[in-house]
Design a protein around this ligand. Structure first.
Ligand code: PLP
Ligand code: COI
Length: 340
């Protein structure tokens, strides 16, 4: 039985559910893993995750489809990206096939928390991995915990799909050493101060520019950028230091194959931004969140799509992507994993 939750008023927050999946790595191997009911973790004060922030994570979602199935969207790509993040952090990658099985297991166990079709809410799935044993000299842990919890969520930005204002940041999102293209705890810790600076100035997010020249568009703290040109082309930044968004990769295919749009992934000089017709943030949490306004050191860019609603091209992309995710539109082969 579905939980008694006011799905329509959910924001993007954490509600503990009954089950989480946990596997532990020790003596060079992962244990069998399985479902657990305790939502807390007890660790040494000297655990590597606390001292040297050895942590990475992923984010994906499960949905009820129109037909009443529970599905999730491209978990194989999250499995692969998490393994890439782990390798970059000298952590043992969690086997990709086991990752997908674990996602299915934990969603099925918490099926009562999957928001109903049409409620506007979804089940956010958060896999993560941490170095758990005590480490005081700088080196990787030898023991790890891989865990997946789930939590029902509403829109990432307050106001749902209403356009937001963002600001160009003077900070870099990524931690030093070019780790922007992995989902690691430290990347995000380094983005908290710039995020709060943006919030204190009245903006919902930051636009980060490339750290080397501060002239090219990179991404925000939790999503990639997509732009629409005045002649209806989808343009998205090319950069090695942004997170390879699964939503963005999917939208490029949706735009080309479902909507017949031209698509381009290339460097985007900030000076070009004011020429675009529409701007949006894309990601698992953000889905597509329209940007109406960008503030850049005393200068304002307002997109022609305005501050009231999503522009027409982003709307088509949004409707098609969410249509595929929620079973209203036939998906490309391999995008939708049925859980039950
Ligand atoms: N960029 C950053 C920094 C993110 O945190 C996210 C969210 O995961 C994304 C982009 C979007 O990635 P995805 O579409 O795979 O969720
Ligand atoms: C996601 O979209 O899954 C993210 O990780 C973004 C944010 C919640 C960090």
């Amino acid at each position: 039985m579905s939980k008694d939750i006011d799905w329509g008023s959910l924001g993007f927050g954490y509600i503990p559910t009954e089950y989480r999946y946990v596997a532990r790595f020790k003596d060079g191997k992962w244990d069998e893993g399985g479902l657990e009911t305790t939502s807390t973790i007890t660790l040494s004060e000297c655990a590597c995750v606390f001292q040297y922030c050895q942590a990475c994570f992923e984010g994906l979602k499960a949905y009820y489809t129109e037909e009443g199935n529970i599905v999730c969207f491209r978990p194989d790509l999250n499995a692969k990206r998490m393994a890439d993040s782990a390798r970059r952090l000298e952590m043992p990658p969690f086997p990709e096939d086991r990752f997908v099985e674990a996602v299915k297991m934990v969603v099925a166990a918490n099926k009562d928390y999957v928001p109903p079709y049409g409620s506007g809410a979804t089940l956010y799935i958060r896999p993560f991995m941490i170095g758990t044993n005590s480490v005081i000299g700088v080196k990787p842990a030898s023991e790890y915990e891989f865990r997946i919890f789930v939590t029902p969520v509403g829109p990432y930005f307050k106001g749902g799909v209403k356009p937001i204002s963002i600001t160009v940041s003077d900070f870099d999102r990524a931690a030093p050493h070019g780790t922007g293209n992995i989902k690691a705890g430290l990347n995000y810790a380094m983005s908290l101060h710039p995020l709060m600076e943006a919030h204190r100035a009245g903006f919902a997010e930051n636009m980060y520019l490339d750290p080397e020249t501060r002239t090219k568009v990179e991404e925000t703290g939790g999503a990639n950028f997509i732009f629409i040109t005045k002649d209806g082309k989808l343009v998205t930044p090319k950069s090695d230091s942004i997170l390879p968004s699964i939503t963005r990769r999917s939208l490029l295919d949706v735009a080309r194959d479902y909507l017949g749009m031209e698509v381009e992934t290339r460097e985007i000089p900030f000076t070009e931004v004011s020429d675009f017709a529409e701007c949006g943030l894309c990601g698992t949490a953000a889905v597509i969140s329209p940007v109406g306004h960008i503030y850049n050191h005393g200068e304002d860019i307002y997109f022609p799509s305005g501050m009231d609603e999503m522009g027409p091209c982003l709307k088509k992309l949004y409707d098609t992507l969410t249509g595929i995710q929620m079973g209203r539109i036939a998906p490309p082969e391999g995008w939708i994993y049925k859980i039950q």
